[in-house]
Ligand binder design. Structure first.
Ligand code: ARG
Length: 280
């Protein structure tokens, strides 16, 4: 099956407010022409392994380029984001319209339950499980609703470091059940829940230096992994587990607190169990 990925053109991308630590000191400092080149290079690389669907940006919502935060998709369902910060809330109707026009059933959480889509809700690639980051942007109160609506087990994980404010900044489930993640970004009970679910042989720990360069903010399609940066040690470890590592610099987007994964939303999502059933 051809995987499909949604990206939003950076035609209105800039840093115009501060809602995460990466944006501090960067207001009006993003170079849009360079951002466009970095984005196009990522889109072209992804285009070799997946179909990239592009939507155009909207004036006044510069972070709309981070389509990971549009919602979380499973099958034909999409649970739309409810952004915590007013600065991003105006993106919601644009994303809702896109999903509706492309045949998704759009589900909306109660207004008082913040949820930031596939920035915080990541499907495991082996287990029928949705990992949910909370503590900064998404509220743990969305867990039972996601579980019910998407008919999938939800494992909440508490994020404790401001720099890693979305789950996809510090945690990346990979094909085959591997998990690349930065343990220091989670509280102790969450770290224990991760190790209880994912055997040591499948865990690829990432140190804070790599995580701060957005190494965990990776797009994984099959054996290909696309990311802003990986130290030689991390790249070696990924290769040892059979992955091909593609470095694609995204420095302009890091000024807004995002990199490869944040700039994409996988539209072809099935739960681990369904994959197993299909393969049988
Ligand atoms: N400036 C954006 C924000 O703070 C960046 C979002 C990055 N997206 C992500 N999935 N981590 O919301």
């Amino acid at each position: 099956m051809q995987e499909r990925i949604l990206m939003c053109e950076p035609n209105f991308f800039e840093v115009s407010y501060v809602i995460n630590p990466w944006m501090k000191g960067n207001i009006a400092h993003a170079d849009r022409a360079l951002a466009q080149r970095q984005w196009s290079r990522l889109a072209a690389s992804l285009g070799k392994v997946a179909a990239v669907e592009r939507m155009t940006g909207v004036d006044g919502v510069p972070d709309m380029v981070f389509t990971a935060n549009a919602g979380v998709v499973l099958g034909r369902k999409c649970v739309l984001s409810r952004f915590r910060h007013v600065e991003r809330q105006a993106e919601e109707p644009h994303f809702a319209r896109w999903f509706e026009e492309h045949g998704f059933e759009v589900l909306r959480l109660p207004e008082d339950v913040p949820f930031e889509g596939a920035g915080d809700a990541l499907l495991d690639r082996a287990l029928p499980l949705l990992w949910l980051g909370h503590g900064h942007r998404s509220d743990a109160a969305c867990a039972p609703l996601l579980q019910d609506w998407l008919d999938i087990d939800v494992e909440p994980l508490r994020l404790v470091d401001d720099r890693f404010y979305h789950l996809d900044t510090c945690f990346c489930p990979l094909e085959g059940g591997y998990l690349m993640y930065c343990p220091a970004a989670f509280d102790a009970p969450s770290r224990a829940r991760i190790t209880a679910r994912v055997p040591a042989a499948l865990r690829i720990p990432v140190d804070e230096a790599d995580a701060a360069a957005f190494a965990c903010n990776a797009v994984n399609i099959g054996k290909d992994v696309f990311l802003n940066h990986a130290s030689p040690e991390l790249a070696t470890s990924l290769r040892a587990h059979g992955f091909r590592v593609h470095l694609t610099p995204l420095g302009e987007f890091m000024k807004a607190g995002g990199a490869a994964k944040c700039l994409t939303l996988r539209l072809t999502e099935v739960a681990g169990a369904q994959v197993a059933v299909k393969a049988a």
